[in-house]
Design a protein around this ligand. Sequence first.
Ligand SMILES: [Zn+2]
Length: 235
Amino acid sequence: MAKVLSKEEWKKRKKLYAYLKLVAAAMLALLIVLILLIGLIKVVRNLFSKGDLTSSASPTMKQELDITELFLTPNGYTRPQNTLKEVKGIVIHYVAKSGSSAVENRNYYEGLKSNSTSKTAESCHFIIDLDGGIVQCIPLNEVACASGTRNEDTIAITFCHPQIDGEPTAQTYESLLKLTTYLCAEYGLTKDAVIRHSDLGDQSCPKYFAEQEGKWAAFLAELDTALGKVAKEKK
Ligand SMILES: [Zn+2]
């Protein structure tokens, strides 16, 4: 048999119900606020990550590149782990050590981590080998130490070369073009965002392209054509 409640007990029970209702309402309100907040964060994020919105790179583009990740050990000189917040350009360099391989150059950067006497801060996101293979030294959400004041908003690519003239091999050239095309597509950049280190004042880098405007113009024209193709395929 149900217990008959006294007036006092009824009052208590009513109070408890009222309290529970209030808690439920508060939780619901909190949930709604949370959902709205997450929605707002997503909208703001999309507004600021232009790259995501305009990216026309297909997943196969990256797969076609022969990239080996050999990230440098985090250190204050060559991999300071500063966040690369926004990519506004790509800077092209050359390694300036004739005949050296991508791994040798990567290991040179790695060796600089303990080189506190020379305090040389030198690194690159990508190094393109003599055979067209690519070594990645720095993740794309971190800055590299390659392009002075533009480290903060650019991706740095350097390439190997057999001779002192800095001319890339056919395979290196092809990889350089493919990698640059992929990165432009990925970050929604045009050929105008691709520059030489010499455009930032270092007149000797990358020697081959810095000294021969025609070769550089030809590279940019090929890049433009490749990007046009990517955009068409996207449609
Ligand atoms: Zn350079």
